[in-house]
Design a protein around this ligand. Structure first.
Ligand code: NDP
Length: 331
């Protein structure tokens, strides 16, 4: 079978040379084990952090070892009666076509009629992140103004749609006019193209004349600075990600206007979605209903073949995706 290993640690934006496609032998199946063929694998911005050799909330990837990440596969050989052939399992052993494993680390994907790939996106970690940020971190209320950055991505596109369902006025920022148009079709009230709008501070003031109550932070840097200036008193910020800084080779200085946090009595709260996973059932039930009734749309950008996974991953930092970036594994 084939897998992708970390060939070297990226400096700045990752390049194809940082990855290597490798052919490897699979071990014999022992009692209790299954052979899984991965069908879909996820590429996510947080993986960039794991390519750096440092202590974080999750261990770094090792050079010459296969990368890991969310994937959905099918059991194709089984020596485990609870996981018969044909069972669909979510796992954290992406970046490879096949693997042998015991049942630990494998979660059976429920039969929902939904496309399996959605369990890596809207029904999985990114969807749960959007829901957690709005319901559990900022407690968004009807009538409030919500601003979402990286608004057309996996997390952002769900946060925008969920914000509308919760009765908020929703403003998003995106990196192209095409994305802006698409996001408006999904219900956003105002969309800013941060690459062409000029001064983001002024663009936000125009899009939110009554100020921003809740900010869903995915980008950091200039986005955070401009938003702090436009927040209302007692505003809340779900600090979810800072993708504009993941490829920095030297630390970016913080915004000079952090004093706004005091003046406006703001609450900024960082969160990691996995700490909230005990609420997954609650989220999944609601999201499945919203999807089935068409109240929320699931967008995806699909690359095909394990060999194209590095390109899909690098594409996250170049804005190549609309909705969830995902790789369909074909062999
Ligand atoms: P996305 O699907 O949003 O993909 C990344 C998008 O970010 C790109 O499409 C691009 O869109 C935008 N982007 C890339 N570089 C920049 C930049 N320099 N400035 C502004 N925008 C940029 O990824 P996810 O939805 O999976 O993740 C979104 C954020 O949420 C990330 O920061 C991620 O780390 C974080 N996250 C945090 C979690 C947690 O538990 N805290 C869990 C999951 C995600 P565009 O064309 O608009 O620029």
């Amino acid at each position: 079978t084939q897998q992708i290993i970390l060939n070297s640690r990226p400096e700045g934006l990752p390049t194809a040379d940082n990855f290597k496609l490798q052919t490897t032998e699979l071990p014999e199946l022992k009692d209790g084990e299954v052979l899984v063929k991965n069908l879909w694998m996820s590429v996510d911005p947080y993986m960039r952090g794991r390519m750096i050799d440092r202590k974080s909330y999750i261990a770094p990837f090792e050079i010459d070892s296969p990368l890991e990440g969310g994937a959905i596969g099918e059991v194709i050989e089984s020596k485990n009666s609870t996981l018969p052939v044909g069972t669909k399992v979510s796992n954290m052993l992406g970046w490879r076509n096949h693997f042998v494993s015991g049942e630990e680390g494998l979660t059976v994907v429920p039969e929902t009629g939904l496309d399996l790939s959605h369990f890596l996106g809207i029904m999985g970690m990114p969807g749960m992140t959007a829901w957690t940020g709005l319901t559990r971190i900022t407690n968004l209320k009807a009538g409030e103004t919500l601003f979402v950055s990286a608004a057309s991505g996996a997390v952002g596109s769900v946060a925008c749609q969920l914000g509308k369902l919760m009765g908020a006025r929703v403003i998003g920022s995106v990196g192209s006019d095409e994305k802006a148009e698409k996001l408006k079709l999904l219900g956003a009230d105002e969309v800013i193209n941060y690459k062409t709008c000029g001064d983001l501070n002024e663009a936000l003031a125009k899009a939110a004349p009554e100020g921003i109550d809740v900010y869903f932070e995915n980008v950091g840097g200039e986005h955070l600075r401009a938003t702090l200036n436009n927040m209302n008193d007692y505003g809340r910020v779900a600090v979810c990600g800072m993708i504009s800084q993941y490829n920095d080779t030297t630390p970016t200085p913080g915004p000079e206007n952090l004093f706004q946090i005091i003046v406006k009595k703001l609450k900024l709260e960082g969160f990691i979605v996995f700490d909230h996973w005990s609420h997954y059932g609650e989220f999944a039930k609601e999201m499945a209903q919203w999807l089935a009734s068409g109240k929320i749309q699931a967008e995806q950008t699909i690359y095909e073949g394990l060999e194209n996974a590095p390109e899909a991953f690098i594409g996250l930092f170049e804005g190549k995706n609309k909705g969830k970036m995902i790789v369909k594994l074909t062999s």
